[in-house]
Design a protein around this ligand. Structure first.
Ligand SMILES: C[S@@+](CC[C@H](N)C(=O)[O-])C[C@H]1O[C@@H](n2cnc3c(N)ncnc32)[C@H](O)[C@@H]1O
Ligand code: SF4
Length: 412
């Protein structure tokens, strides 16, 4: 664990939610860590959970919707504003965390993710406030992953070091393109020189890091992408997210009539990307993600519990035997087991590892075979779109190309 953890962590972070002190330090725990879990000394496992899944993942997502400008391809919820009343907003976030704590206090936080918008605009002291508050309210795994998405053009000189000091231990950098022409086309406010500076700083400051690129840009050739991808893998990031450009309704690109790259060229780029990364140290584990998995995003795809704070955040968690879907602001709706099961199929098939049937059952309460259309499943397997074992269901590479169709068939 590389983080320089929060300076102001309160003493209560060493207590569980019932206010008890941690077990004495005769376990294998690293006593130098601020974050810790409460283990049964005899077994080394947490007291309250079954032995099979040692600690069920539980995530906290913090959404910061503000951006300094509007990228012409982006249809994420955002507000373009320079000055926002950060302290007031953060106080509201702490209240929302407090609210959700009453439903999730028995869980142990395995990841916190600051996403956006542009969360690198949050002042580091406010990041630290949120991390400290989370650590005070919940038990936290000592290997907790705390990620933040950053844009490469901050005017804050020591931003990355300050973020690390605030408790961030995984930095995800939105580079998007590795040449000035395409950065301009994508309407980014950074140029290649700024991207390179940020890349160097992220790589020297953090032990865990990721970069985002958008490819299959209109007019981009396969050869250009091959070169750019090779360059991207040479930096040494632990993780890379690669998204093919989509033209979304309501964006500036859509209004201008910008056309995406044709399907055939995009499919070739995807095939090259997967082959190249799988043989060059970045195994694909999800449709668009490669390398050392992001624990937090994995938790969504595997269907584990998380809470979401901020304007366009959502949450999913089980509490008292009920499954909740939450949206801003503290809006909680109960989901049926079947509704959650369908979400788990949609998310799980994005993973190369596919759907683990036991985890599926734990996360929605329905046996896998009762939640899906078995006749269609058999057809999809015999047509070569899916493979099934006693424990898992996975899409084949033929299946990955038509995931939406497969999901429709399984969930009807
Ligand atoms: C929530 S966004 C924004 C993160 C950060 N604000 C930034 O711009 O780098 C996360 C990622 O989605 C990707 N993305 C957003 N819109 C896209 C689009 N229309 N097509 C492909 N990728 C897109 C970008 O790679 C981006 O880094
Ligand atoms: S791509 Fe990122 S910086 Fe650009 S508008 Fe969307 S969220 Fe904001």
């Amino acid at each position: 664990m590389n983080a320089v953890l929060p300076k102001q962590l309160p003493a209560s972070a060493f207590k569980n939610s019932a206010g008890e002190e941690n077990a004495p330090d005769d376990t294998e725990r690293n006593t130098g860590m601020y974050f810790d879990v409460h283990e049964d000394v005899s077994t080394g496992l947490p007291k309250q959970l079954p032995a099979r899944r040692v600690l069920k993942p539980f995530g906290v997502y913090i959404h910061w919707p503000f951006c300094l400008s509007r990228c012409p391809y982006c249809d994420f919820y955002k507000e373009v504003k320079k000055d926002v009343a950060q302290e007031d907003i953060i106080d509201g976030y702490l209240q929302d965390l407090e609210y959700y704590h009453r439903f999730t206090q028995d869980k142990t936080v395995s990841s916190i993710f600051f996403g956006g918008g542009t969360p690198s605009l949050i002042k580091p002291q406010n990041i630290e406030k949120i991390i400290n508050f989370t650590a005070k309210k919940w038990q936290i795994r000592k290997d907790v992953e705390i990620s933040l998405e950053a844009n490469p053009n901050s005017d804050r000189e020591n931003l990355f070091q300050e973020l690390k000091t605030a408790g961030i231990n995984r930095l995800s950098l939105g580079v998007q393109a590795l040449n000035d022409k395409d950065l301009r086309f994508l309407g980014r406010t950074h140029n290649l020189k700024q991207a390179q500076k940020a890349i160097d700083e992220v790589l020297t400051t953090f032990d865990n890091h990721s970069m985002d690129l958008i490819y299959a840009r209109p007019k981009q050739s396969l050869t250009e992408w091959e070169e750019e991808l090779k360059q991207a893998t040479n930096f040494g990031f632990k993780h890379i997210s690669l998204y093919q450009l989509t033209i979304e309704d309501g964006t500036v690109f859509a209004a201008k009539g910008i056309q995406p790259l044709d399907d055939e060229a995009a499919v070739k780029m995807y095939a090259f990307t997967n082959d190249y990364l799988n043989t060059n140290g970045y195994p694909q584990y999800e449709v668009s993600n490669y390398g050392l998995p992001c624990k937090h995003n994995l938790l969504y795809w595997e269907g584990d519990d998380y809470i979401g704070i901020g304007k366009s955040a959502h949450g999913r968690f089980m509490s008292d035997g009920k499954i909740y879907a939450t949206t801003y602001h503290l809006n909680m709706e109960e989901l049926t087991a079947q509704e959650r099961a369908e979400e788990l199929v949609i998310m799980g098939l994005r993973l190369n590892a596919g759907i683990n049937k036991q985890r599926f059952f734990e996360n929605c309460g329905l046996p896998f075979a009762e939640a899906i259309n078995l006749q269609n499943l058999q057809n999809l397997i015999s047509e070569g779109f899916l493979t099934e074992t006693k424990n898992d269901l996975k899409a084949t590479s033929k299946g990955f190309a038509v995931l939406n169709k497969i999901i429709e068939e399984l969930c009807c």
